[in-house]
Write a protein that binds this ligand. Structure first.
Ligand SMILES: [Zn+2]
Length: 284
């Protein structure tokens, strides 16, 4: 339930559940160590039901740009939950790589191992370095299957990732590179949690499927209009509103998918999941 300003309205019981979930997160955090980001910095972790969260053993890692989490055909051994970095899912083609989507703190990489085949059909590679939590894919699969809430949540995440990939396939086919560049930059900022992030021109060329020289011209245009600053491989978004006006409609379409996903997570955390999102199952 949301108020007129979009904020979540909760009753006393729901508030208690939210507090207990936050305390469970804090308890897990103590075991991981105070030097690392909070687990709840990742929206999927924050939305997981408390009994599920209590059964998972998270590890923390700082991963560099270019780190390959898994490659095409690999068995997915770990699920990655970004808290500040961003991972791209890439289809490896003979001519070049094609970026299908990028995943940051709003989701996780390797979720299909919990609901389907445990083998990767894309390459997952760190595009923006940062902080990540990881958990054993096999343990995640087993624990998720213990509750209908967790199954529904993970199924919703995988549906959104598929919908986004389909939207971006259409985007690549018909929208101009300038509009797609604006969309990618906005998505990097949202998913990495910062409007200043490292991204090479080669990475941008791969994301757009264009030559590096084309990226140079497009970035120079945005910079000359005071919308971004691009220096030494780092991009700063100066005028977010103007950048949004440059982006194609796909930015808003994909954002709406993730907003709905976040609302699902809030319902889950507050104990007011919709019918079909609730219920316990015996562990498998
Ligand atoms: Zn588009």
């Amino acid at each position: 339930m949301t108020g007129s300003n979009g904020g979540l309205i909760v009753n006393g019981r729901q508030h208690d559940l939210m507090v207990r979930a936050a305390m469970a997160c804090d308890e897990r955090q103590k075991r991981i160590g105070p030097a690392h980001p909070t687990l709840s910095a990742n929206r999927l972790i924050a939305a997981l039901p408390q009994p599920v969260l209590a059964l998972l053993q998270f590890s923390h890692a700082v991963l560099a740009q270019g780190h390959v989490c898994f490659d095409v055909g690999d068995r997915i051994e770990e699920v990655y939950f970004p808290t500040s970095g961003v991972i791209s899912l890439v289809a490896a083609m003979e001519e070049s790589n094609v970026v299908q989507t990028m995943i940051g703190r709003e989701a996780a990489v390797g979720l299909q191992s919990a609901v389907g085949r445990p083998y990767a059909f894309v390459r997952a590679i760190v595009k923006i370095p940062g902080s990540f939590y990881t958990v054993s894919a096999e343990a995640f699969r087993r624990v998720v299957q213990t509750t209908l809430e967790a199954q529904a949540l993970v199924a919703h995440y995988t549906d959104v990732l598929l919908a986004e990939a389909q939207q971006l396939a259409a985007c690549n086919a018909i929208h101009p590179a300038s509009a797609r560049l604006a969309r990618w930059l906005l998505q990097c900022a949202v998913r990495g949690g910062s409007e200043l992030f490292p991204l090479t021109q080669d990475s941008l060329a791969e994301m757009l499927g264009v030559r590096r020289s084309t990226v140079t011209l497009l970035a120079q245009d945005l910079q000359s209009r005071g919308i971004i600053r691009y220096r030494r491989g780092k991009i700063a978004i100066i005028d977010r509103h103007a950048l949004e006006s440059c982006a194609c409609e796909c930015y808003g379409t994909v954002k709406a998918l993730y907003d709905e996903l976040a609302a699902h997570g809030q319902r889950q955390a507050s104990g007011c999941a919709l019918p079909g999102e609730t219920g316990l199952r015996a562990p498998v």
